[in-house]
Design a protein around this ligand. Sequence first.
Ligand SMILES: [Zn+2]
Ligand SMILES: [Zn+2]
Length: 212
Amino acid sequence: MAHSYDEEEPSMERHIHYNKRGELQMVGQKSLFDLDEPVWHADEKSPVCDKCSAAFTFTHRRHHCRRCGEVVCADCMDKVPLVRMRYVDHVVVCKVCIPLCKTEDEFFQNHLKTLTTGAYFHLSDSDDAAAEYLCKLSTDHRQILISQDHLPIAMRHILEVKTLHGEEARLATGAGGEGEVDGGSRKKRSGSNPKNISLELTYKSGGLEHKL
Ligand SMILES: [Zn+2]
Ligand SMILES: [Zn+2]
């Protein structure tokens, strides 16, 4: 079944307010891309840091990871963007959640727009090294819809969306090549991409959704 790409754009009507902790947060129309806030671990049940087990004192204070809700010490957290929970400013995130937030933030900053519009990507599971698929975010932001009868991929299974520029893209687009996989590496040739840019989408195996 072919997927239609002329769905209406989701409403992005939102506004900003201070939450009860005095942090700026977006409210309003909720995107299904957004994460729900975790249940915070109670202070009284956390005498030590959930990550490094250092005891909390008056000077070694508790911080709550906004992403997972665990209680951590200053050494085990940093302030980073957390766009999926609609924070405007950087917020406390534990060291385990930081890489996750960074990957997601990059995705939102760089690739959300591309996917909303639709663009040609190499897919991590593609047998055909030269093949590119038109990928587009579904209206509800839950899935990536893919052309050529490929099954949609659930957003939660997307591991990486990568833009290759310059030399990397030149190799990937294999100037003068015949579309062969380059020495077993993941570099692929694109015959249809006119620009010196190549896009790659990597997802968990088993991440395909059943067709609706
Ligand atoms: Zn965390
Ligand atoms: Zn700690």
